[in-house]
Ligand binder design. Structure first.
Ligand code: HEC
Ligand code: HEC
Ligand code: HEC
Ligand code: HEC
Ligand code: HEC
Length: 355
Protein backbone atom coordinates (compact mmCIF):
# COMPACT_ATOMS: atom_id res chain seq x y z
CA UNK A 1 0.00 0.00 0.00
CA UNK A 2 1.28 3.43 -0.88
CA UNK A 3 0.56 6.30 1.45
CA UNK A 4 0.06 9.23 -0.89
CA UNK A 5 1.92 12.40 -0.03
CA UNK A 6 3.82 10.76 2.77
CA UNK A 7 7.50 10.12 2.44
CA UNK A 8 8.25 6.69 3.83
CA UNK A 9 11.70 6.31 5.28
CA UNK A 10 13.53 3.43 3.59
CA UNK A 11 16.42 1.76 5.35
CA UNK A 12 19.54 2.93 3.53
CA UNK A 13 22.36 0.66 2.51
CA UNK A 14 25.37 0.97 4.76
CA UNK A 15 27.32 3.99 3.58
CA UNK A 16 30.62 3.25 1.97
CA UNK A 17 32.07 6.57 0.88
CA UNK A 18 35.83 6.29 0.56
CA UNK A 19 38.40 8.89 1.47
CA UNK A 20 40.25 10.73 -1.30
CA UNK A 21 43.39 9.09 0.10
CA UNK A 22 42.10 5.79 -1.32
CA UNK A 23 41.92 7.29 -4.82
CA UNK A 24 45.21 9.11 -4.54
CA UNK A 25 47.72 6.35 -5.51
CA UNK A 26 45.95 5.65 -8.82
CA UNK A 27 44.66 9.17 -9.60
CA UNK A 28 47.63 11.17 -8.33
CA UNK A 29 47.43 14.17 -10.65
CA UNK A 30 43.69 14.59 -10.20
CA UNK A 31 44.14 14.26 -6.44
CA UNK A 32 46.82 16.96 -6.37
CA UNK A 33 44.64 19.33 -8.38
CA UNK A 34 41.53 18.73 -6.28
CA UNK A 35 43.52 19.07 -3.03
CA UNK A 36 44.37 22.70 -3.92
CA UNK A 37 40.82 23.55 -4.99
CA UNK A 38 38.10 25.34 -3.05
CA UNK A 39 36.14 22.08 -3.17
CA UNK A 40 38.61 20.32 -0.90
CA UNK A 41 38.81 23.33 1.38
CA UNK A 42 35.09 23.84 1.45
CA UNK A 43 34.49 23.15 5.17
CA UNK A 44 37.18 25.72 5.88
CA UNK A 45 35.71 28.21 3.43
CA UNK A 46 39.03 29.77 2.60
CA UNK A 47 39.71 30.79 6.17
CA UNK A 48 36.18 31.47 7.28
CA UNK A 49 35.18 28.16 8.81
CA UNK A 50 31.75 26.68 8.39
CA UNK A 51 31.26 26.67 12.13
CA UNK A 52 32.39 30.28 12.48
CA UNK A 53 30.11 31.39 9.69
CA UNK A 54 27.21 29.53 11.24
CA UNK A 55 27.70 31.82 14.17
CA UNK A 56 28.42 34.86 12.06
CA UNK A 57 25.23 34.33 10.16
CA UNK A 58 23.47 34.76 13.45
CA UNK A 59 21.94 31.35 13.77
CA UNK A 60 22.80 31.22 17.44
CA UNK A 61 20.49 28.82 19.17
CA UNK A 62 19.45 27.43 15.80
CA UNK A 63 22.72 25.87 14.67
CA UNK A 64 21.39 22.35 15.09
CA UNK A 65 18.51 23.08 12.77
CA UNK A 66 20.61 24.91 10.23
CA UNK A 67 23.77 22.80 10.20
CA UNK A 68 22.38 19.98 7.99
CA UNK A 69 21.55 22.58 5.38
CA UNK A 70 25.08 23.92 5.21
CA UNK A 71 26.62 20.46 5.26
CA UNK A 72 24.54 19.36 2.27
CA UNK A 73 26.82 21.37 0.00
CA UNK A 74 29.93 22.08 2.04
CA UNK A 75 30.47 18.64 3.57
CA UNK A 76 28.06 16.40 1.64
CA UNK A 77 29.48 13.08 2.84
CA UNK A 78 28.84 13.99 6.46
CA UNK A 79 25.35 15.10 5.51
CA UNK A 80 24.69 11.84 3.72
CA UNK A 81 26.05 9.46 6.32
CA UNK A 82 26.07 11.47 9.56
CA UNK A 83 27.12 12.40 12.16
CA UNK A 84 27.41 16.08 11.32
CA UNK A 85 30.92 16.61 12.48
CA UNK A 86 34.15 17.04 10.61
CA UNK A 87 36.49 15.08 12.85
CA UNK A 88 36.76 12.05 10.60
CA UNK A 89 37.72 11.38 7.01
CA UNK A 90 36.13 11.62 4.45
CA UNK A 91 33.71 13.95 6.29
CA UNK A 92 36.31 16.64 6.62
CA UNK A 93 37.34 16.43 2.98
CA UNK A 94 34.55 18.76 1.91
CA UNK A 95 33.32 18.17 -1.62
CA UNK A 96 35.35 15.01 -2.08
CA UNK A 97 35.97 12.58 -4.98
CA UNK A 98 33.68 9.85 -3.84
CA UNK A 99 30.75 12.18 -3.31
CA UNK A 100 30.78 13.53 -6.88
CA UNK A 101 31.59 10.16 -8.42
CA UNK A 102 28.70 8.46 -6.60
CA UNK A 103 26.09 10.88 -7.95
CA UNK A 104 23.55 9.18 -10.24
CA UNK A 105 20.99 11.91 -10.81
CA UNK A 106 20.39 15.55 -9.95
CA UNK A 107 17.04 17.23 -9.68
CA UNK A 108 17.52 20.74 -11.03
CA UNK A 109 15.83 22.85 -8.42
CA UNK A 110 16.67 25.81 -6.25
CA UNK A 111 16.02 23.68 -3.21
CA UNK A 112 19.01 22.43 -1.26
CA UNK A 113 21.28 19.90 -3.04
CA UNK A 114 18.76 17.40 -4.42
CA UNK A 115 20.91 14.60 -5.79
CA UNK A 116 20.55 10.84 -5.89
CA UNK A 117 23.80 9.47 -4.54
CA UNK A 118 24.73 5.80 -4.41
CA UNK A 119 28.00 5.25 -2.56
CA UNK A 120 29.74 1.94 -3.17
CA UNK A 121 31.95 0.13 -5.63
CA UNK A 122 30.67 1.89 -8.76
CA UNK A 123 32.27 5.23 -9.71
CA UNK A 124 30.40 7.31 -12.25
CA UNK A 125 32.45 9.06 -14.93
CA UNK A 126 32.43 10.56 -18.41
CA UNK A 127 33.61 7.47 -20.36
CA UNK A 128 31.91 4.28 -21.48
CA UNK A 129 35.19 2.44 -21.99
CA UNK A 130 36.91 3.12 -18.65
CA UNK A 131 38.19 -0.07 -17.03
CA UNK A 132 39.66 -0.05 -13.55
CA UNK A 133 41.02 -2.66 -11.19
CA UNK A 134 40.22 -0.34 -8.29
CA UNK A 135 36.45 -0.18 -8.75
CA UNK A 136 33.66 -0.59 -11.22
CA UNK A 137 32.88 2.30 -13.55
CA UNK A 138 29.64 3.60 -15.00
CA UNK A 139 29.27 6.14 -17.80
CA UNK A 140 27.08 9.05 -16.68
CA UNK A 141 26.41 11.58 -19.48
CA UNK A 142 25.07 14.00 -16.83
CA UNK A 143 28.57 14.41 -15.40
CA UNK A 144 29.55 16.46 -18.46
CA UNK A 145 26.64 18.84 -18.13
CA UNK A 146 25.93 21.96 -16.07
CA UNK A 147 22.96 20.20 -14.48
CA UNK A 148 25.43 18.05 -12.57
CA UNK A 149 26.74 21.15 -10.79
CA UNK A 150 23.28 22.61 -10.21
CA UNK A 151 22.75 20.51 -7.09
CA UNK A 152 25.02 22.86 -5.15
CA UNK A 153 25.22 25.93 -7.38
CA UNK A 154 21.53 26.79 -7.54
CA UNK A 155 19.98 27.61 -4.23
CA UNK A 156 17.31 29.83 -2.73
CA UNK A 157 17.15 30.38 1.00
CA UNK A 158 14.39 28.00 2.19
CA UNK A 159 12.46 30.33 4.51
CA UNK A 160 12.25 33.43 2.31
CA UNK A 161 13.02 32.21 -1.23
CA UNK A 162 15.84 34.72 -1.72
CA UNK A 163 18.38 33.66 -4.38
CA UNK A 164 21.51 32.67 -2.50
CA UNK A 165 23.59 30.97 -5.19
CA UNK A 166 22.12 31.59 -8.62
CA UNK A 167 25.07 30.48 -10.75
CA UNK A 168 23.24 27.70 -12.57
CA UNK A 169 20.18 29.84 -13.33
CA UNK A 170 22.39 32.66 -14.62
CA UNK A 171 24.23 30.25 -16.89
CA UNK A 172 20.92 28.81 -18.12
CA UNK A 173 19.87 32.31 -19.24
CA UNK A 174 23.23 33.15 -20.80
CA UNK A 175 24.24 32.66 -24.44
CA UNK A 176 26.67 29.96 -23.33
CA UNK A 177 23.87 27.49 -22.81
CA UNK A 178 22.80 27.57 -26.46
CA UNK A 179 26.43 27.40 -27.52
CA UNK A 180 26.78 24.15 -25.58
CA UNK A 181 29.40 25.60 -23.23
CA UNK A 182 28.93 23.84 -19.90
CA UNK A 183 30.33 24.66 -16.44
CA UNK A 184 32.85 21.87 -17.02
CA UNK A 185 34.06 23.42 -20.31
CA UNK A 186 35.43 26.43 -18.40
CA UNK A 187 36.04 25.05 -14.92
CA UNK A 188 37.35 21.59 -15.84
CA UNK A 189 39.31 22.23 -19.05
CA UNK A 190 41.06 19.21 -20.54
CA UNK A 191 44.80 19.02 -20.06
CA UNK A 192 47.18 16.44 -21.54
CA UNK A 193 47.80 13.20 -19.68
CA UNK A 194 46.09 10.04 -18.42
CA UNK A 195 43.31 10.09 -15.86
CA UNK A 196 45.01 7.33 -13.90
CA UNK A 197 48.65 6.58 -13.21
CA UNK A 198 47.65 2.92 -12.93
CA UNK A 199 49.18 0.71 -15.66
CA UNK A 200 46.79 0.15 -18.53
CA UNK A 201 44.94 3.47 -18.28
CA UNK A 202 44.50 4.67 -21.87
CA UNK A 203 45.71 7.93 -23.36
CA UNK A 204 42.64 9.94 -24.37
CA UNK A 205 42.21 13.42 -25.76
CA UNK A 206 43.01 15.02 -22.40
CA UNK A 207 41.92 14.76 -18.80
CA UNK A 208 39.41 17.03 -17.07
CA UNK A 209 41.22 19.39 -14.69
CA UNK A 210 40.07 19.18 -11.07
CA UNK A 211 41.34 22.56 -9.91
CA UNK A 212 37.92 24.20 -10.23
CA UNK A 213 39.51 27.58 -10.72
CA UNK A 214 37.19 30.52 -10.19
CA UNK A 215 37.16 33.87 -8.45
CA UNK A 216 39.84 32.76 -5.98
CA UNK A 217 42.32 32.54 -8.83
CA UNK A 218 43.47 36.00 -9.93
CA UNK A 219 44.36 35.13 -13.56
CA UNK A 220 40.91 33.51 -13.99
CA UNK A 221 39.23 36.57 -12.54
CA UNK A 222 41.29 38.92 -14.71
CA UNK A 223 40.49 36.92 -17.82
CA UNK A 224 36.78 37.31 -17.10
CA UNK A 225 36.68 41.10 -16.93
CA UNK A 226 37.48 43.90 -19.39
CA UNK A 227 37.92 47.45 -18.10
CA UNK A 228 37.83 50.29 -20.65
CA UNK A 229 38.22 53.98 -19.84
CA UNK A 230 38.00 57.06 -22.08
CA UNK A 231 37.55 60.77 -21.71
CA UNK A 232 34.49 62.61 -22.96
CA UNK A 233 34.97 66.27 -22.14
CA UNK A 234 34.32 66.89 -18.45
CA UNK A 235 33.47 63.23 -17.94
CA UNK A 236 35.25 59.95 -18.09
CA UNK A 237 33.36 56.99 -19.44
CA UNK A 238 34.14 53.65 -17.84
CA UNK A 239 33.00 50.32 -19.22
CA UNK A 240 33.16 47.05 -17.32
CA UNK A 241 32.41 43.96 -19.40
CA UNK A 242 31.93 40.37 -18.31
CA UNK A 243 33.87 38.79 -21.16
CA UNK A 244 34.74 35.41 -19.70
CA UNK A 245 32.33 34.08 -17.07
CA UNK A 246 29.37 31.92 -18.05
CA UNK A 247 27.24 33.62 -15.39
CA UNK A 248 27.05 36.95 -13.58
CA UNK A 249 30.08 38.54 -11.94
CA UNK A 250 30.29 38.43 -9.03
CA UNK A 251 28.83 34.94 -8.97
CA UNK A 252 27.61 32.41 -6.48
CA UNK A 253 28.63 33.96 -3.17
CA UNK A 254 25.35 35.83 -2.68
CA UNK A 255 25.68 38.98 -0.62
CA UNK A 256 29.32 38.29 0.28
CA UNK A 257 30.88 39.13 -3.07
CA UNK A 258 31.19 42.55 -4.67
CA UNK A 259 32.86 44.06 -7.69
CA UNK A 260 33.80 47.64 -6.92
CA UNK A 261 34.70 50.29 -9.48
CA UNK A 262 36.87 52.86 -7.77
CA UNK A 263 38.11 56.28 -8.83
CA UNK A 264 41.47 57.32 -7.40
CA UNK A 265 42.12 60.99 -8.26
CA UNK A 266 45.74 62.17 -8.42
CA UNK A 267 44.68 64.62 -5.74
CA UNK A 268 41.90 63.94 -3.28
CA UNK A 269 40.00 60.99 -1.90
CA UNK A 270 39.48 57.66 -3.61
CA UNK A 271 35.81 56.79 -3.93
CA UNK A 272 33.55 54.01 -5.16
CA UNK A 273 31.86 54.86 -8.46
CA UNK A 274 29.80 51.68 -8.66
CA UNK A 275 29.26 48.49 -6.70
CA UNK A 276 28.10 45.44 -8.60
CA UNK A 277 26.54 43.10 -6.09
CA UNK A 278 23.39 41.62 -4.65
CA UNK A 279 21.61 43.06 -1.63
CA UNK A 280 18.57 41.78 0.20
CA UNK A 281 15.96 44.22 1.45
CA UNK A 282 13.13 44.17 3.95
CA UNK A 283 9.70 45.75 3.64
CA UNK A 284 11.07 49.20 4.45
CA UNK A 285 13.92 48.92 1.97
CA UNK A 286 16.53 48.40 4.69
CA UNK A 287 19.44 46.11 3.79
CA UNK A 288 19.21 42.82 5.69
CA UNK A 289 20.97 39.46 5.49
CA UNK A 290 19.70 37.13 2.76
CA UNK A 291 18.90 34.56 5.42
CA UNK A 292 16.81 36.98 7.47
CA UNK A 293 13.13 36.13 7.51
CA UNK A 294 12.40 39.82 6.95
CA UNK A 295 14.12 39.77 3.52
CA UNK A 296 11.37 40.04 0.92
CA UNK A 297 13.15 41.30 -2.21
CA UNK A 298 16.59 41.96 -3.57
CA UNK A 299 18.53 44.43 -5.66
CA UNK A 300 20.92 42.81 -8.11
CA UNK A 301 23.55 44.86 -9.95
CA UNK A 302 25.88 41.96 -10.80
CA UNK A 303 26.98 41.83 -14.47
CA UNK A 304 25.47 39.03 -16.60
CA UNK A 305 27.55 37.01 -19.06
CA UNK A 306 28.83 39.09 -22.02
CA UNK A 307 27.11 42.24 -20.77
CA UNK A 308 28.68 45.65 -20.21
CA UNK A 309 28.02 48.25 -17.54
CA UNK A 310 28.80 51.85 -18.45
CA UNK A 311 29.46 54.51 -15.82
CA UNK A 312 30.01 58.21 -16.43
CA UNK A 313 32.06 60.12 -13.87
CA UNK A 314 32.53 63.89 -13.79
CA UNK A 315 36.18 64.85 -13.73
CA UNK A 316 37.79 68.22 -14.58
CA UNK A 317 39.77 68.05 -17.84
CA UNK A 318 42.97 69.16 -16.13
CA UNK A 319 42.83 66.44 -13.48
CA UNK A 320 44.47 63.00 -13.67
CA UNK A 321 43.15 59.87 -12.02
CA UNK A 322 43.27 56.11 -11.94
CA UNK A 323 40.30 53.82 -12.30
CA UNK A 324 40.50 50.57 -10.36
CA UNK A 325 38.42 47.42 -10.38
CA UNK A 326 38.37 45.51 -7.07
CA UNK A 327 36.81 42.12 -6.36
CA UNK A 328 35.63 41.60 -2.80
CA UNK A 329 35.33 38.01 -1.54
CA UNK A 330 33.71 39.34 1.62
CA UNK A 331 32.66 42.96 1.22
CA UNK A 332 33.03 45.58 3.91
CA UNK A 333 29.32 45.94 4.58
CA UNK A 334 28.77 42.25 5.30
CA UNK A 335 32.06 42.01 7.22
CA UNK A 336 31.05 44.87 9.52
CA UNK A 337 27.62 43.44 10.05
CA UNK A 338 28.70 39.85 10.72
CA UNK A 339 32.01 40.45 12.47
CA UNK A 340 33.90 38.71 9.66
CA UNK A 341 37.07 39.79 7.92
CA UNK A 342 36.70 41.71 4.66
CA UNK A 343 39.00 40.64 1.82
CA UNK A 344 39.54 41.92 -1.68
CA UNK A 345 41.88 41.82 -4.65
CA UNK A 346 42.77 44.38 -7.33
CA UNK A 347 41.67 42.99 -10.71
CA UNK A 348 42.58 45.79 -13.11
CA UNK A 349 43.46 49.49 -13.26
CA UNK A 350 43.67 52.20 -15.96
CA UNK A 351 45.27 55.62 -15.81
CA UNK A 352 43.46 58.67 -17.13
CA UNK A 353 45.83 61.54 -17.96
CA UNK A 354 45.03 65.23 -17.58
CA UNK A 355 44.34 67.01 -20.86
C1 HEC B 1 28.35 18.84 -3.33
C2 HEC B 1 28.25 20.23 -3.70
C3 HEC B 1 28.97 20.74 -4.92
C4 HEC B 1 28.93 20.28 -6.22
C5 HEC B 1 28.19 19.04 -6.74
C6 HEC B 1 29.68 21.19 -7.01
N1 HEC B 1 30.19 22.20 -6.22
FE1 HEC B 1 31.37 23.76 -6.80
N2 HEC B 1 31.50 24.40 -4.88
C7 HEC B 1 30.85 23.84 -3.80
C8 HEC B 1 31.18 24.59 -2.60
C9 HEC B 1 30.65 24.29 -1.21
C10 HEC B 1 32.06 25.62 -2.99
C11 HEC B 1 32.62 26.73 -2.12
C12 HEC B 1 33.86 26.44 -1.47
C13 HEC B 1 34.35 27.66 -0.70
O1 HEC B 1 34.17 28.79 -1.16
O2 HEC B 1 34.93 27.44 0.33
C14 HEC B 1 32.23 25.47 -4.43
C15 HEC B 1 33.02 26.31 -5.21
C16 HEC B 1 33.15 26.22 -6.59
C17 HEC B 1 33.90 27.14 -7.40
C18 HEC B 1 34.55 28.39 -6.89
C19 HEC B 1 36.01 28.38 -6.98
C20 HEC B 1 36.62 29.68 -6.56
O3 HEC B 1 37.68 29.53 -6.04
O4 HEC B 1 36.07 30.78 -6.76
C21 HEC B 1 33.79 26.72 -8.70
C22 HEC B 1 34.42 27.34 -9.92
C23 HEC B 1 32.95 25.54 -8.69
N3 HEC B 1 32.58 25.26 -7.41
C24 HEC B 1 32.58 24.86 -9.83
C25 HEC B 1 31.81 23.69 -9.82
C26 HEC B 1 31.51 22.93 -11.01
C27 HEC B 1 31.97 23.26 -12.40
C28 HEC B 1 30.75 21.86 -10.60
C29 HEC B 1 30.17 20.76 -11.45
C30 HEC B 1 31.15 19.99 -12.24
C31 HEC B 1 30.58 21.97 -9.16
N4 HEC B 1 31.23 23.09 -8.73
C32 HEC B 1 29.87 21.08 -8.39
C33 HEC B 1 30.02 22.76 -3.82
C34 HEC B 1 29.77 21.96 -4.93
C1 HEC C 1 23.03 24.64 -2.10
C2 HEC C 1 24.39 24.53 -1.65
C3 HEC C 1 24.83 25.36 -0.46
C4 HEC C 1 24.25 25.47 0.77
C5 HEC C 1 22.95 24.82 1.24
C6 HEC C 1 25.11 26.34 1.56
N1 HEC C 1 26.17 26.74 0.81
FE1 HEC C 1 27.63 28.03 1.39
N2 HEC C 1 28.37 28.04 -0.50
C7 HEC C 1 27.94 27.22 -1.52
C8 HEC C 1 28.74 27.49 -2.71
C9 HEC C 1 28.59 26.80 -4.04
C10 HEC C 1 29.63 28.53 -2.36
C11 HEC C 1 30.69 29.18 -3.23
C12 HEC C 1 30.14 30.27 -4.02
C13 HEC C 1 31.22 30.96 -4.81
O1 HEC C 1 32.41 30.64 -4.70
O2 HEC C 1 30.85 31.85 -5.56
C14 HEC C 1 29.38 28.84 -0.96
C15 HEC C 1 30.06 29.82 -0.22
C16 HEC C 1 29.91 30.01 1.13
C17 HEC C 1 30.68 30.96 1.91
C18 HEC C 1 31.75 31.88 1.35
C19 HEC C 1 33.04 31.21 1.28
C20 HEC C 1 34.05 31.99 0.51
O3 HEC C 1 34.72 31.38 -0.31
O4 HEC C 1 34.14 33.21 0.70
C21 HEC C 1 30.27 30.87 3.21
C22 HEC C 1 30.81 31.63 4.41
C23 HEC C 1 29.22 29.86 3.25
N3 HEC C 1 29.04 29.38 1.96
C24 HEC C 1 28.56 29.45 4.38
C25 HEC C 1 27.44 28.65 4.36
C26 HEC C 1 26.64 28.37 5.54
C27 HEC C 1 26.95 28.84 6.96
C28 HEC C 1 25.59 27.61 5.12
C29 HEC C 1 24.42 27.11 5.93
C30 HEC C 1 23.64 28.14 6.55
C31 HEC C 1 25.74 27.41 3.68
N4 HEC C 1 26.87 28.05 3.27
C32 HEC C 1 24.87 26.69 2.90
C33 HEC C 1 26.94 26.29 -1.48
C34 HEC C 1 26.06 26.16 -0.43
C1 HEC D 1 32.70 18.58 -7.66
C2 HEC D 1 32.64 17.23 -8.15
C3 HEC D 1 33.91 16.46 -8.38
C4 HEC D 1 34.89 16.17 -7.46
C5 HEC D 1 35.01 16.64 -6.03
C6 HEC D 1 35.81 15.27 -8.13
N1 HEC D 1 35.42 15.06 -9.41
FE1 HEC D 1 36.28 13.83 -10.76
N2 HEC D 1 35.06 14.53 -12.21
C7 HEC D 1 33.99 15.38 -12.01
C8 HEC D 1 33.39 15.70 -13.27
C9 HEC D 1 32.21 16.65 -13.47
C10 HEC D 1 34.11 14.98 -14.26
C11 HEC D 1 33.85 14.95 -15.78
C12 HEC D 1 34.30 16.22 -16.44
C13 HEC D 1 34.16 16.17 -17.93
O1 HEC D 1 34.41 15.14 -18.53
O2 HEC D 1 33.79 17.21 -18.47
C14 HEC D 1 35.15 14.25 -13.55
C15 HEC D 1 36.08 13.39 -14.16
C16 HEC D 1 36.91 12.53 -13.45
C17 HEC D 1 37.71 11.48 -14.04
C18 HEC D 1 37.83 11.20 -15.52
C19 HEC D 1 38.78 12.22 -16.09
C20 HEC D 1 38.89 12.22 -17.59
O3 HEC D 1 38.77 13.32 -18.16
O4 HEC D 1 39.11 11.17 -18.18
C21 HEC D 1 38.39 10.86 -13.02
C22 HEC D 1 39.36 9.71 -13.13
C23 HEC D 1 38.01 11.54 -11.79
N3 HEC D 1 37.13 12.53 -12.10
C24 HEC D 1 38.48 11.21 -10.53
C25 HEC D 1 38.34 12.04 -9.42
C26 HEC D 1 39.13 11.92 -8.21
C27 HEC D 1 40.15 10.85 -7.92
C28 HEC D 1 38.74 12.95 -7.38
C29 HEC D 1 39.28 13.35 -6.02
C30 HEC D 1 40.71 13.50 -5.92
C31 HEC D 1 37.67 13.66 -8.07
N4 HEC D 1 37.49 13.11 -9.30
C32 HEC D 1 36.95 14.73 -7.53
C33 HEC D 1 33.57 15.88 -10.80
C34 HEC D 1 34.26 15.78 -9.61
C1 HEC E 1 43.83 0.55 -8.09
C2 HEC E 1 43.79 1.84 -8.77
C3 HEC E 1 42.58 2.73 -8.60
C4 HEC E 1 42.00 3.20 -7.44
C5 HEC E 1 42.42 2.91 -5.99
C6 HEC E 1 40.95 4.11 -7.85
N1 HEC E 1 40.87 4.15 -9.21
FE1 HEC E 1 39.51 5.18 -10.30
N2 HEC E 1 40.28 4.40 -12.02
C7 HEC E 1 41.39 3.59 -12.10
C8 HEC E 1 41.66 3.28 -13.50
C9 HEC E 1 42.83 2.44 -14.04
C10 HEC E 1 40.66 3.93 -14.25
C11 HEC E 1 40.45 3.92 -15.75
C12 HEC E 1 41.06 5.11 -16.38
C13 HEC E 1 40.67 5.28 -17.81
O1 HEC E 1 40.01 4.42 -18.41
O2 HEC E 1 40.99 6.35 -18.35
C14 HEC E 1 39.82 4.63 -13.28
C15 HEC E 1 38.75 5.43 -13.63
C16 HEC E 1 38.03 6.21 -12.74
C17 HEC E 1 37.00 7.15 -13.11
C18 HEC E 1 36.70 7.60 -14.50
C19 HEC E 1 35.74 6.87 -15.26
C20 HEC E 1 35.63 7.53 -16.61
O3 HEC E 1 34.48 7.55 -17.07
O4 HEC E 1 36.62 8.04 -17.19
C21 HEC E 1 36.51 7.71 -11.96
C22 HEC E 1 35.43 8.74 -11.85
C23 HEC E 1 37.25 7.14 -10.88
N3 HEC E 1 38.16 6.23 -11.37
C24 HEC E 1 37.07 7.49 -9.57
C25 HEC E 1 37.78 6.95 -8.51
C26 HEC E 1 37.56 7.31 -7.14
C27 HEC E 1 36.55 8.33 -6.65
C28 HEC E 1 38.44 6.57 -6.40
C29 HEC E 1 38.60 6.58 -4.89
C30 HEC E 1 37.40 6.33 -4.11
C31 HEC E 1 39.19 5.73 -7.33
N4 HEC E 1 38.78 6.00 -8.60
C32 HEC E 1 40.16 4.82 -6.95
C33 HEC E 1 42.13 3.11 -11.04
C34 HEC E 1 41.85 3.32 -9.71
C1 HEC F 1 32.43 30.68 -20.21
C2 HEC F 1 33.15 30.10 -19.10
C3 HEC F 1 32.39 29.77 -17.85
C4 HEC F 1 31.24 29.01 -17.71
C5 HEC F 1 30.41 28.36 -18.81
C6 HEC F 1 30.98 28.92 -16.30
N1 HEC F 1 31.91 29.63 -15.58
FE1 HEC F 1 32.01 29.85 -13.58
N2 HEC F 1 33.50 31.22 -13.77
C7 HEC F 1 34.13 31.52 -14.95
C8 HEC F 1 35.12 32.56 -14.70
C9 HEC F 1 36.04 33.17 -15.74
C10 HEC F 1 35.04 32.86 -13.32
C11 HEC F 1 35.83 33.94 -12.55
C12 HEC F 1 35.05 35.24 -12.52
C13 HEC F 1 33.91 35.20 -11.56
O1 HEC F 1 34.15 35.14 -10.36
O2 HEC F 1 32.74 35.19 -12.00
C14 HEC F 1 34.01 31.99 -12.77
C15 HEC F 1 33.65 31.96 -11.43
C16 HEC F 1 32.83 30.98 -10.87
C17 HEC F 1 32.52 30.85 -9.46
C18 HEC F 1 33.01 31.79 -8.38
C19 HEC F 1 32.13 33.00 -8.41
C20 HEC F 1 32.38 34.02 -7.34
O3 HEC F 1 32.10 35.22 -7.62
O4 HEC F 1 32.82 33.69 -6.26
C21 HEC F 1 31.68 29.78 -9.32
C22 HEC F 1 31.09 29.26 -8.04
C23 HEC F 1 31.44 29.25 -10.65
N3 HEC F 1 32.14 30.01 -11.56
C24 HEC F 1 30.64 28.16 -10.92
C25 HEC F 1 30.14 27.87 -12.20
C26 HEC F 1 29.07 26.95 -12.47
C27 HEC F 1 28.37 26.11 -11.44
C28 HEC F 1 28.84 26.98 -13.83
C29 HEC F 1 27.78 26.27 -14.62
C30 HEC F 1 26.41 26.46 -14.17
C31 HEC F 1 29.81 27.90 -14.40
N4 HEC F 1 30.57 28.42 -13.39
C32 HEC F 1 29.93 28.21 -15.75
C33 HEC F 1 33.88 30.98 -16.19
C34 HEC F 1 32.79 30.17 -16.50
Amino acid sequence: MVALGVRVAVAEEPATFRSAEVCRPCHTMIYDEWRQSSMARSPELAGWSLEASLEALRFMGQEEKIRPLCYACHAPVARHTGPLDLSTSPHREGVTCDYCHSVRAVEVSSRINVATVVPGEVKTGPHADAVSTGHETLELPLIRRSEFCAGCHYFAWPTNGMPTDWTYAQWAESPYRDEGVQCQTCHMPRRPGRSSSHPGAPMRGGVASHRFLGARDLPTLQGALALRVRRAGPEIVVEVENVGAGHNIPGGGGELRELELRLVPAEGQARAVARYRIRYLDEDGEVVSGSDDTAIRYADTTIPARQTRTERVRMPVDAAARVELWFWYVNQEVADRDGAEASSVLVASRDVAAE
